[in-house]
Design a protein around this ligand. Structure first.
Ligand code: FAD
Length: 223
């Protein structure tokens, strides 16, 4: 009989978390500032086993609905994970309060993220053209751990303001929309590295990043 070497024991912190306290995470990130901020990606099975999620559902909206989450168990889960991963060296694991006066702990589903197909559209209302535009998370949901969420939110708001300006100056609706859509296609590519360092005056038009190789496919304002 061939002897196979035994696999090395998995003594990674994640494995200990799972075997010692039944918490199974894909990752955990700890930011130390005025408050201590923990972000973790928990596996569904461990949330079920720890009683955080009451009933398993395929539909994530139902799965994470208020009635299906035990808030006390969620707090205990977060506290245990935070305590374990910091070697129980934090003197207090009390939660900061949110603006509703409740413990600031929440659970989100990040298995899918949404992006609007178009940034803006024109509808006719009472025989007049009505310009509609989306900004922020409604336009492009961020993968928030990378910290680009609100920056892209501001860029979209500024780009929308530019479109409204051009609309008010009498630019043809299709031309204004085309310019806005061209900028929207670039939004997911914006990073701190490819943003312009020199901020141009606002009246020169949208001043955010254009990766150097990108060309606009419409008459969007020059940067
Ligand atoms: C846990 C977490 C951590 C994050 N960390 C970061 C980070 O470090 N850096 C970063 O850049 N981004 C981060 N983000 C993302 C960031 O919070 C969002 O990108 C940003 O808040 C989007 O702003 P918004 O104005 O589009 O939407 P929101 O901030 O969601 O604002 C929308 C507002 O509209 C209100 N509202 C909704 N429906 C209605 C209605 N029918 N009538 C009236 N009001 C309504 C809501 O109550 C809310 O106040 C994080 C997100 C989460 C969930």
């Amino acid at each position: 009989m061939n002897k196979q070497p035994a696999p090395p024991p998995d003594d990674s912190p994640h494995c200990c978390l799972r075997t010692l306290i039944g918490i199974d995470l894909e990752n955990i990130v700890y930011y130390k500032d005025d408050t201590h901020y923990f972000v973790m990606t928990a596996k569904k099975q461990s949330l079920l086993e720890k009683g955080v999620i009451l009933q398993d559902h395929a539909d994530t909206e139902l799965l994470l609905s208020r009635g299906n989450v035990d808030q006390n168990a969620l707090q205990a889960y977060a506290r245990e994970a935070a305590g374990f991963s910091t070697g129980h060296r934090l003197p207090s694991l009390d939660f900061a309060m949110n603006h509703y006066g409740q413990a600031d702990v929440a659970m989100f589903d990040f298995t899918c993220m949404y992006a609007s197909e178009t940034a803006a559209m024109v509808r006719r209302r009472h025989d007049r053209p009505l310009l509609l535009t989306l900004v922020g998370d409604s336009l492009l949901e961020p993968f928030w751990p990378i910290g680009t969420g609100i920056a892209r939110g501001f860029l979209a708001a500024l780009d929308s303001a530019w479109m409204i300006r051009s609309w008010a100056q009498g630019t043809a609706p299709l031309e204004a929309l085309a310019a806005r859509e061209s900028l929207y296609r670039l939004l997911p590519q914006t990073t701190p590295e490819n943003m312009h360092r020199k901020h141009q005056p606002v009246h020169r038009g949208p001043s955010h990043a254009l990766p150097p190789t990108t060309t606009l496919c419409s008459s969007a304002p020059r940067r």
